[in-house]
Design a binder for this molecule. Sequence first.
Ligand SMILES: [Zn+2]
Length: 239
Amino acid sequence: MAELTLVTSWDDGHPADRRLADILVRHGIAGTFFVPAVNGEGRPVMTPGDLRALASAGFEIAAHTRDHRRLTGLEPAEVREQIVDGRRRLEDVLGMPVTGFAYPGGHAGRHGRAAAVAAGFAYARGTEMFRLDHGPDQFMLATTMQFHPHGWPALTRNWLRCGGGLGRLDLACRLAGDLDRGLAGLLGIGRRRGGVFHLWSHSWEIDQLGLWPALDRACAALAEAIPPGRRRTVQGSLA
Ligand SMILES: [Zn+2]
């Protein structure tokens, strides 16, 4: 079997991240939480105390703009402000440097990538799926799957958005329909090929869709397949 590294990341800093973190801890899985200062879409964000507790537990806390604004269509100055302020506010809360960033909605727009580089981040994550590596761009890191029961239209859009490519098609096909079967299929391919298995999602969505038992099963399957020494935060997987 080829060597496979497990990376998990979780967007939006919703208070349900605490429940998610408990599940990760129980299975010995590392994770990165991408957290905006406030969520302009109206969803709550964890308290400073919650964020510090997650950081103390060994999770990576990373930035996700100040207001969870999509960067597409914003002027360069607004993009800069969203990225730089979001990071500074998180660093003030944590009292430590924040090195990672994820684009809200996965889109950098015209100015987001350059602004993330200029802000001094080590990496930025996008939402491309169906890859077993980080992809070619450290400022648009790819993922393997979102923990979300996407139907064919969304899976096809994601596949096409990142250029299609036969290399990702077999992974995309495995993911349609049932989440348990999809994860097992992707994990099987990952174990044969090796690389990085990057699972991501939103805890608020897992909560809304009643996917906690499914997430617990997924974490058990991942922990069974990938040894503790190969479970990383996003930053840890790049080091
Ligand atoms: Zn988000």
